[in-house]
Design a protein around this ligand. Structure first.
Ligand code: PLP
Length: 400
C-alpha cells in the first residue's frame, strides 16, 4: 500500500470563515486517505476509527471503488431518473436480492431515504389504514436532519428547534414493547427505529424486542420500518442487522456504508407496501449511473466469500481489547455489535477530552456522549491497526 504523501496541496491561508459553521471542527485540513489512515496538510498521519461516521466501510480510497468510478465516469454519469440506466437496473436487482425486500428507491443521503420511508408509510396509511399517519419512534433515536426526520428523531436537544415540527411522531423508550403497544392508536401506521441506536451512543435494541415488534406490528396491521443507515452493509457482522434476529422489516433504509464514501442511500420495501405512483417520489440525482455503479461494486465486495467472517474476527479482537482496557482502567465495558462498538467510560465524563487528546496523538475517535467512546473502523481494518489504536487509547485513558 502506498502511504506516501504525493504532494502538499495548498490549503491557502487556513481561513475557514467562508464555510457556514455547522459543527465544531478542529483546525486541521485533511488532504489524503488510504485504508485506515488519513493525512493532513502538514503531512501528519492519523489512524482513523471514525471513517466518516461508519461510512468508509472499505477504508479510505479503496482501489476497487476508485477504478469503478473512473471507468463509469467515462461511460455515463447521469441521464436523469426519468430514464433507466444500466448500473441502476443491475444494482436494484442486486440490492433487492441481498436484502429480501423486493423494491428499491435510490437516494443521495440517509435523511432523504428516511424522508421517503415516512412518505411511503403515510401513503400506505392513506390507502390501507383509513388515513392513519402516525409513526411511533424511539427516544434518543436519530433519523437525519430534514425537517421530518428531525421530528422523527428523539434528540432532546432538538425539541425546541425549527418549530413547528412535522406532526405525527410519538416517542417511546427503547426496548419497552409494552410502551409501543400502549402508543398504538387508530392513527398509527408504523413503528420506526434503528436496530442499534448509533448517534445516541451505540444502544442496541434487543433481539427479543425486535422479534416482539415484528409480531406486534403484524397483529395490528401496521408497518415495521428499520433505519439501517448505520447498522446495514456489514457493519454489525451480517449484511443487515435485522438478520441477527430472523425477522424481516416492511421498509428499510440504507446509507453511510452503502457507497463506501460516495453519497448514496436507499429506501427498500416489500412489494406489498410499494404504493408510490408516478410523481410521488423522485429527485434529480436519484439512481444516477455513477452512484449506482459504485453501490454495485461495494455490494460485491461486502458479499465476497469470507468478507463478513473477517468483520466478525476483527470485531472479536476489538471487543476483547476494549474489555481488557475497561478492566485495566476500571471502566464499564463494551457494547454494540460487529464493528459498531462503544466503550462505556462508567463514571468518567471526559470522552470529549479523550477525543481531543487522541487527535493530538494521531488517532481519530468519536465520543457520542461524555461517558462513551464509539468505534466504527473500516470493515477491512487490520488486526495490527486495531492493536495500534488500543495502545494509543491505553495511554489516553491513563490521563485524567
Ligand atoms: C447518519 C444517519 C442518518 C442520516 O443520514 P445522512 O446521510 O446524514 O442524511 C439517519 N439515520 C441513521 C441511523 C444514521 O446513522
Amino acid at each position: 500500500m502506498n502511504t506516501q504523501i504525493l504532494e502538499k496541496p495548498d490549503t491557502g491561508t487556513a481561513d475557514f470563515s467562508a464555510l457556514m459553521e455547522i459543527t465544531n471542527r478542529p483546525p486541521i485540513v485533511f488532504t489524503q486517505g488510504r485504508g485506515a489512515w488519513l493525512w493532513d496538510s502538514d503531512g501528519k498521519r492519523y489512524l482513523d476509527f471514525v471513517q466518516g461516521w461508519a461510512v468508509n466501510c472499505l477504508g479510505h480510497c479503496p482501489p476497487a471503488i476508485a477504478s469503478v468510478m473512473v471507468e463509469q465516469s467515462t461511460q455515463l454519469l447521469n441521464c436523469s431518473p426519468a430514464f433507466y440506466n444500466a448500473p441502476m437496473v443491475q444494482y436494484a436487482e442486486a440490492l433487492t436480492a441481498a436484502s429480501g425486500l423486493e423494491r428499491v428507491f435510490l437516494a443521495n443521503s440517509g435523511g432523504e431515504a428516511n424522508e421517503g420511508a415516512i412518505k411511503l408509510a403515510r401513503k400506505w396509511g392513506a390507502l390501507h389504514r383509513g388515513g392513519a399517519y402516525e409513526i411511533i419512534t424511539i427516544d434518543h433515536g436519530f433519523h437525519g436532519r430534514t425537517l421530518a426526520t428531525m421530528s422523527a428523531s428523539g434528540k432532546a436537544q432538538w425539541d425546541a428547534l425549527f418549530e413547528p415540527k412535522v406532526a405525527g411522531f410519538p416517542h417511546v423508550p427503547l426496548n419497552d414493547l409494552k410502551a409501543v403497544e400502549a402508543a398504538i392508536t387508530e392513527e398509527t401506521v408504523a413503528v420506526m427505529l434503528e436496530p442499534i441506536q448509533g448517534e445516541s451512543g451505540v444502544w442496541p435494541a434487543t433481539d427479543d424486542y425486535l422479534i416482539g415488534l415484528r409480531k406486534l406490528t403484524e397483529q395490528h396491521g401496521i408497518l415495521l420500518i428499520l433505519d439501517e443507515i448505520q447498522t446495514g452493509m456489514g457493519r454489525t457482522g451480517k449484511m443487515f442487522c435485522f438478520e441477527h434476529t430472523g425477522i424481516r422489516p416492511d421498509i428499510m433504509t440504507l446509507g453511510k456504508g452503502i457507497g463506501a464514501g460516495a453519497p448514496l442511500a436507499a429506501l427498500l420495501a416489500r412489494v406489498e407496501v410499494c404504493c408510490f405512483e408516478p410523481g410521488d417520489q423522485g429527485g434529480t440525482y436519484n439512481g444516477n449511473a455513477l452512484m449506482a455503479a459504485i453501490g454495485l461494486a461495494v455490494l460485491k465486495k461486502l458479499s465476497a466469500p469470507g468478507f463478513l467472517d473477517q468483520v466478525n474476527i476483527a470485531s472479536r479482537h476489538l471487543w476483547q481489547g476494549l474489555e481488557d482496557l475497561s478492566a485495566k482502567h476500571n471502566l464499564a465495558g463494551a457494547r454494540g455489535k460487529g464493528l459498531l462498538l462503544a466503550l462505556n467510560l462508567g463514571d468518567r465524563t471526559d470522552g470529549g477530552a479523550i477525543v481531543e487528546n487522541g487527535i493530538a496523538q494521531g488517532l481519530l475517535l468519536n465520543a457520542p456522549a461524555p461517558n462513551a467512546l464509539r468505534f466504527m473502523p473500516a470493515l477491512n481494518v487490520h488486526q495490527t491497526e486495531i492493536a495500534e489504536m488500543l495502545a494509543i487509547l491505553d495511554g489516553l485513558l491513563a490521563v485524567h
